[in-house]
Design a binder for this molecule. Structure first.
Ligand SMILES: Nc1ncnc2c1ncn2[C@@H]1O[C@H](COP(=O)(O)OP(=O)(O)OP(=O)(O)O)[C@@H](O)[C@H]1O
Ligand SMILES: O=C(O)C1=C[C@@H](O)[C@@H](O)[C@H](O)C1
Ligand SMILES: [Mg+2]
Length: 172
């Protein structure tokens, strides 16, 4: 069965866009972070705090494989780091998958994340200046993996509905 996979940096809108795309297409939406939280019965923050990031990356890889193995059509919103660990980027090329990189600029990401960092352990304790620097470097490192997606949609300056429309055109 076909999976539509949305990927990209924290705050690029994977969860928001996936939810809206799901409403329009009637294809069920699964958020990888939420699935990990449900299975572990812990929040992402708690998993990082209690077991560390490496353990989280293991859970993330296992959950990604589990979601890909299910026989349902689905829209899957990945975590921001998912393609960058455990060779997950290679899974973005599968034939039963349509993978889409939601590409956002440093400014777009910074402006969204500055108001919304408490649930994101990698940036939760940073001040504004540290955050901008971190996003710039981190995005540069991660771009290599994000570009393994089959498609790329730019989200800068677009309303949620516009990004959803761009994706529908890709899928048509
Ligand atoms: N045009 C837009 N498209 C998508 N999100 C937007 C837009 N404008 C504002 N936002 C806001 O930006 C934030 C995007 O966060 P979202 O949780 O969807 O990102 P994410 O890519 O899933 O992040 P994470 O990797 O941390 O899970 C939300 O708070 C959303 O309301
Ligand atoms: O960019 C990342 O590495 C992360 C993004 C979030 O979606 C979560 O998966 C977690 O906070 C790690
Ligand atoms: Mg998300």
């Amino acid at each position: 069965m076909k999976k539509i996979i949305l990927l990209g940096y924290m705050g690029c809108g994977k969860s928001t866009i996936a939810q809206n795309l799901s409403k329009v297409t009637n294809i069920p939406f699964l958020d990888l972070d939420n699935c990990i939280e449900k299975k572990a019965n812990l929040s992402i923050n708690e998993i990082f705090e209690q077991f560390g990031e490496i353990h989280f990356r293991k859970l993330e890889h296992e959950m990604f494989l589990e979601l890909l193995q299910s026989s349902e059509n689905s829209i899957i919103g990945l975590g921001g780091g998912t393609p960058c660990y455990a060779n997950n980027h290679e899974l973005l090329k599968r034939e039963d998958v349509t993978s889409i990189y939601l590409k956002a600029s440093i400014d777009t990401l910074y402006n969204r994340l500055i108001h919304n960092k408490s649930k994101r352990p990698l940036i939760a304790n940073m001040n504004e200046e540290e955050m901008r620097e971190f996003i710039a470097k981190h995005l540069f490192d991660r771009s290599y993996y994000y570009h393994h997606a089959q498609h790329k949609v730019s989200v800068d300056g677009k309303a949620v509905e516009e990004t959803v429309q761009d994706i529908l055109e890709l899928l048509a």
